[in-house]
Design a protein around this ligand. Sequence first.
Ligand SMILES: NC(=O)c1ccc[n+]([C@@H]2O[C@H](COP(=O)([O-])OP(=O)(O)OC[C@H]3O[C@@H](n4cnc5c(N)ncnc54)[C@H](OP(=O)(O)O)[C@@H]3O)[C@@H](O)[C@H]2O)c1
Length: 290
Amino acid sequence: MSEIAAVAGTYTLGDRTVNRLGYGAMQLAGPGVFGPPKDRDTALAVLREAVASGVNHIDTSDFYGPHITNLLIREALHPYPHDLTIVTKVGAVRGPDASWNPAQSPAELSQAVHDNLRNLGVEALHVVNLRITGDIHAPTEGSIAARFTALANLQRQGLIHHLGLSNVTPTQVEEARAIAPVVCVQNHYNLAHRHDDTLIDTLAAASIAYVPFFPLGGFTPLQSATLSAVAARLHATPMQVALAWLLHRAPNVLLIPGTSSVSHLRENLAAGALRLPAETLAGLDGVGAE
Ligand SMILES: NC(=O)c1ccc[n+]([C@@H]2O[C@H](COP(=O)([O-])OP(=O)(O)OC[C@H]3O[C@@H](n4cnc5c(N)ncnc54)[C@H](OP(=O)(O)O)[C@@H]3O)[C@@H](O)[C@H]2O)c1
């Protein structure tokens, strides 16, 4: 199978070079990111096809399911290809009612790292993002020093190769970078949600990857007349245009669109070949205001 994920080029993630088109595994768990998937064989097939298509950056967490997504990744892909970078995140646990609850004490972060190690079947995690809870999909100010220091201590013990952050403000990024190197930031960002425009450029200047979560709008998929019109003109789908726009946005943007479907995976990976002319990019800038 051709390595279609390589078409969009590469960027550095810690000590690795990864294809800019990756895959986000959150959609593989059951409804509400809780419990087993509706179709387990398809979930395994999505993971295997992603890697066969050249995806070498997969985003996950042990709180997807919980545990389910990591166990699916392990079943589908272990022993892992030498160039596969699995990025996980810690900072929450799930309640029996599917709730998302902060778990950010040093003991809870250590527990989460060990859960990820065990469920993914690895001796060290390549990248661990500290997921700040605050508001669920938007960062709020406040020191993250104690939490990030706890994770840096686990890194020093050899359990984690590289550290990242998720759902953070620019101030929190700077605070963390004074404690230990940060290789990626994963925040809510897409064509219609552009609060991080300045942060993306700051991180690009420091060679830090920016990994937008909800690149397609997440639980509320992007919908826009402009997006649909551009897609029709380019013989592409609106989702492909949304992903191509992110790839054009800055060289340090790494994509992890989430899907539970093989056909959507193929469609998303094909977006790497879509070139957006300058006037099209300018037109898409208005989407957030629609
Ligand atoms: N750090 C954080 O706090 C955080 C938060 C959320 C997510 N994440 C990570 O970011 C990744 C991406 O976010 P996400 O999965 O929530 O949202 P997303 O990628 O913006 O969108 C996923 C949704 O779009 C649908 N979809 C995917 N491809 C499609 C296509 N080609 N056409 C039509 N619909 C399509 C999926 O449904 P189907 O399954 O039917 O394709 C799913 O409902 C996650 O998988 C996760 O790894 C991180």
